[in-house]
Design a protein around this ligand. Structure first.
Ligand code: SF4
Length: 381
């Protein structure tokens, strides 16, 4: 393939709903290196970039294979299955893209001889990246707006989750100054983070003083512990809830329970118990916050009893708040990759269906692509 001159090389970004925040972050990173990512709905010359999760990969694989331009794929699925994706995409960005993607564009545009930069896989091989992105080195967005990513990486080991496999186990936080700068573009402040209550901490032991420093500095309507940055149940304490009540606009708090069975939680390596979840629910009620709790149904090692117990817990929680329920999907790169989801029991399906009809739960426990939802309650607050 003839080398392209960087100044006239057109670099496109394939618009994918699920990857809007990745677009915002990578737009900013590429812009800093002199590349403007042009949004497109199909591959176009000279280069088209994709961010793929496990669902979108199935839909876009043929499109990428047939593309006549240079194709670059990244995102959680491509990172976990780079070998497979490199069989049909020209280049695969493995892991974080802020530093690697502009380097790859330089390599393509300038026709640099030899292997592509570290962090890129091709059908010819792969050299792992030798860097970790410091969040302050890149703004969370520029012209293409996105949520503000305040923290990346997670010290926990939940066996179904791609986050620590993609971003590592060490929490990296954006500084208060940089968050405040980004938030000045918005009336509301909403954050991307694996655990919003873990800001400033190692993700195991809270550092609520650092979180409060951030909240004090923001001149926005703040939404903390709601989509797209939920919290872990053991971080729900009187201190963290007081911060929400005193500084934030949301009156809902979103956290993950995943199962109503301690045996299942242990196998998931969640690092908390069912008791922690109930404690979080009780505290929310005490602080006049509505709990919104995540569950996964159909986990491979769930017994019938575990599944019924989980569905009972969902029903009970829905008396005080609501639940967000998903059918288990084994994700590549995780310890549960390749495992078989268990079918949903008829009685559990009925219970969940009834609760969904009553508007008490949302999610997709039958088919990962089919979702039951209602408008985000906080969206008009
Ligand atoms: S589910 Fe949440 S807490 Fe668990 S590993 Fe993933 S990001 Fe971390």
């Amino acid at each position: 393939m003839a080398p392209l001159v960087r100044s006239c090389m057109r670099v496109n970004w394939r618009e994918i709903n699920a990857a809007k925040n990745s677009f915002a972050a990578l737009y900013a990173a590429c812009e800093a290196s002199g590349y403007l990512l042009n949004p497109v709905n199909s591959p176009e010359a000279d280069v088209t970039c994709y961010s793929l999760n496990t669902i979108t990969e199935q839909k876009l694989r043929d499109e990428i294979t047939a593309a006549e331009c240079i194709t670059v794929a990244g995102g959680p699925h491509a990172s976990a299955c780079y070998h497979e994706v490199a069989a049909y995409a020209d280049y695969v960005v493995v892991g974080e893209g802020e530093y690697t993607l502009p380097q790859l564009l330089d390599y393509i545009g300038n026709g640099i001889p030899g292997a592509p930069p570290p962090g890129i896989a091709t059908s010819g091989g792969y050299t792992p990246a030798c860097h970790t992105v410091i969040l302050d080195a890149y703004p969370p967005f520029t012209r293409r707006k996105g949520y503000i990513e305040i923290t990346r990486g997670c010290p926990h080991h939940c066996t179904y989750c791609q986050t620590p496999r993609l971003f590592g186990h060490c929490m990296r936080h954006r500084s208060v100054d940089e968050i405040v700068k980004a938030a000045s573009n918005y009336r509301d402040a909403r954050f991307v983070t694996p655990n919003a209550f873990a800001y400033g901490s190692d993700g195991i032991t809270p550092a609520f003083d650092k979180l409060e420093l951030l909240l004090r500095r923001l001149d926005n309507e703040i939404y903390l512990g709601t989509f797209p940055g939920e919290v872990r149940p053991e971080f729900v304490t009187p201190e963290s809830l007081a911060l929400v009540v005193n500084y934030c606009a949301n009156r809902r708090l979103h956290f993950g329970a995943q199962s109503g069975s301690d045996a299942v939680l242990e196998k998931l390596r969640r690092g908390h118990t069912v008791g922690d979840v109930w404690h979080a629910v009780d505290l929310c009620r005490e602080y006049d916050l509505i709990p919104v709790v995540d569950f996964i149904i159909g986990l491979p090692f769930e017994t019938d009893d575990d599944q019924v117990t989980t569905s009972d817990m969902i029903r009970e929680i829905s008396r005080y708040g609501s639940a967000h329920v998903h059918y288990f999907m084994p994700l590549p790169g995780t310890p549960l990759a390749g495992s078989e989801p268990r079918p949903v029991l008829r009685e559990v399906d009925k219970t969940l269906g009834r609760l969904a009809l009553a508007g008490k739960i949302t999610g997709s426990w039958i088919n990962p692509e089919r979702r039951f939802f209602r408008q985000r309650p906080d969206s008009h607050v």
